[in-house]
Ligand binder design. Structure first.
Ligand code: N01
Length: 542
């Protein structure tokens, strides 16, 4: 039997995080292998190829910030980039920095077990997608999970979904060759961000589109537009990036425009003017209109009412408009969706909205969908039903730490981490944008870079000080978990049903997973931990 390859760092996932981590670690002379299940790099942007897929963070803030040369060689076409352009960008990054030679594609990590005696991880891989017993083992001093927060699709919990005779497409696993819906009767289940983006595009092509909506969402306009070179010159990029570092969400929002007041401190007219201004500006800004938008009370209710009015203005049929008005959760309590033409799509003659609250799906049958009211015949079915967010990709791997402790078991009642970066009992394991970090509540690119930089500096420190292992203490972890819960408590998002708390996945424990204390506080905390010699971690000498 051949001995497994031994390397310094094994990275799982070749998306935004894995690519940048490889680049940084390699620069420090470490041997690194990135293992990726996909047939190409790009992570989220490799898998989510559904029609209309684009980013809801502005392009000029979504590009990596680590290379001025890369900036000067790349220009974004639109304010909100399409999935193909982001994927092309990540492929350019992989080529530009010669990353591919250390990336193993089409390979899935199925297990990672810590070897206490060897102070290293034994990682088991198998060919992705193939029905094969063939597997390989790697030994790495450090294992970094760059597995993404929204990468494990939720198993559809819809009766009979496998029995549909026509093609069933999942937005998160869209065929690479695309799908032509011309002349077809299409049904789509799900009206989160993926549904909201794909519905207008599919509606333009299909003969008839049935949209199966369970929960109406708050959808704000993107006001997408083409970008010029002046929009993305070095000065503009520098200004946006430095401004982004100081906002809670890590999004620049044009610096000074953010309101630092509660709406209760201003007149009703001023509040409405500000909502209107941000609505016209487009994007996620509405959430930050006032400091009290995200907590229960009159400002949140006013923001909800404001969007309700906009929906009624846009949608011609009053009954359809009322079905699209979100009533069962506060504004911002589910992730806001950013659209191009979503509400207007329901004015088309070939689109029918099916209100699953009134007439739930009884069963998917070979010829279509049977609700309690009717049988809807379909040629194709699209599932935009979401993800097992934040923990799904981690618990899908059989991760065992010191003494064989199982991560799945340890997280049976919800994830516990120290800073979303490490887990007590799992030495030399790091998670990028893990639960307990700002991650999905921030500009992911910015948070990924911050984590990658922190992890790289940490490994360098360990090597310089001849330290073989680093492990978060239970005490530091407990206190961080308590802090994450405490800052979330006053917010509407922590108390609603949404994927941030795992309520979208049947049986998943209800825990608010991301850190809502804001990017600047979080970054300063991480920096202080490092400055203090990795406070809250136990470091063990070689
Ligand atoms: O998933 P979701 P997503 N029967 O969980 C419905 C990011 N993202 O893929 O709310 C009927 O939001 C479900 O209904 P309900 C972004 O962070 C970003 O759309 O559970 N319906 C809901 O309507 C986003 O938030 C971008 O009642 C069922 C939908 O499916 C996150 O990814 C683009 C059902 C799932 O919505 C996830 O978005 C895309 C059932 N059994 C995604 N099960 C951008 O950057 C689920 N649903 C713009």
């Amino acid at each position: 039997m051949t001995e497994p390859d031994t390397i310094d760092v094994l990275v799982v996932g070749a998306g935004y995080a894995g690519l940048y981590l490889l680049h940084r670690l390699r620069a420090h002379g470490l041997s690194v292998r990135v293992v990726e299940a996909g047939d190409g790099v790009g992570g989220t942007w490799y898998w989510n190829r559904y029609p209309g897929a684009r980013c809801d963070v502005e392009s000029v803030e979504y590009g990596y910030s680590f290379s001025a040369e890369l900036d000067s060689e790349w220009s974004w076409n639109e304010r909100y980039s399409t999935q193909p352009q982001i994927l092309a960008y990540l492929n350019r990054v992989a080529d530009r920095f010669d990353l591919r030679r250390d990336i193993q594609l089409n390979t899935r990590v199925v297990a990672a077990h810590y070897d206490d005696a060897g102070r290293s991880w034994r990682v088991r891989t198998e060919p992705a997608g193939a029905d094969s017993d063939e597997h390989a083992e790697l030994v790495a001093r450090f294992c970094v999970m760059a597995t993404g927060c929204l990468s494990k699709p939720k198993t559809p919990d819809i009766p009979g979904v496998g029995s549909f005779a026509g093609p069933t497409y999942s937005t998160s696993r869209w065929p690479h060759e695309g799908v032509d819906f011309t002349g077809q009767r299409v049904g789509i289940i799900g009206t989160g961000s993926s549904g909201v983006q794909s519905i207008p595009v599919i509606a333009e092509q299909a003969a008839r589109l049935h949209v199966f909506q369970r929960t109406a969402n708050y959808v704000v306009p993107a006001h997408n537009r083409e970008l010029t070179n002046a929009d993305q010159g070095p000065e503009e990029l520098a200004e946006r990036r430095s401004s982004a570092l100081n906002t809670r969400s890590g999004l620049a929002f044009d610096g000074g425009e953010l309101n630092e007041r509660a709406a209760t401190e201003v007149s009703e007219e001023e509040r409405e003017r500000e909502f209107e201004r941000l609505w016209r500006k487009g994007g996620l800004t509405m959430l930050l209109a006032f400091t009290d938008v995200g907590t229960e009370g009159p400002t949140n209710e006013a923001a909800a009412e404001f969007v309700h009015r906009k929906i009624r203005e846009k949608v011609r049929d009053p009954k359809v408009a009322e079905t699209l008005v979100p009533r069962d959760h506060p504004f911002g309590a589910k992730r806001l969706c950013v659209d191009t033409g979503y509400y207007e799509t329901f004015n088309r003659d070939n689109v029918t909205l099916v209100n699953l609250r009134e007439t739930p799906i009884e069963q998917v049958i070979p010829t279509g969908v049977r609700t309690t009211a009717e049988h809807i015949e379909l040629d194709a079915l699209v599932l935009a039903t979401g993800f097992d967010a934040m923990t799904g990709a981690l618990t899908a791997i059989d991760i065992r730490g010191s003494g064989g402790a199982r991560l799945r078991q340890q997280w049976a009642n919800g994830p516990s981490t120290y800073l979303g970066l490490a887990v007590a009992g799992f030495p030399n394991l790091f998670t990028i944008t893990g639960p307990g970090s700002p991650s999905v509540l921030s500009n992911m690119r910015l948070s990924i870079e911050q984590h990658v930089d922190w992890i790289t500096d940490c490994i360098r420190y360990l090597d310089e000080h001849d330290i073989a292992s680093i492990e978060a203490t239970e005490a530091a972890q407990d206190s961080w978990v308590a802090h994450v819960a405490e800052v979330a408590e006053p917010t509407v998002v922590a108390h609603a049903n949404n994927w941030y708390v795992g309520s979208n996945v049947p049986g998943k424990p209800r825990v608010f997973m991301p850190y809502i204390g804001g990017v600047p506080v979080y970054r300063e905390t991480c920096e202080q931990v490092a400055k203090d010699g990795y406070q809250g971690f136990v470091l063990t000498s070689a």
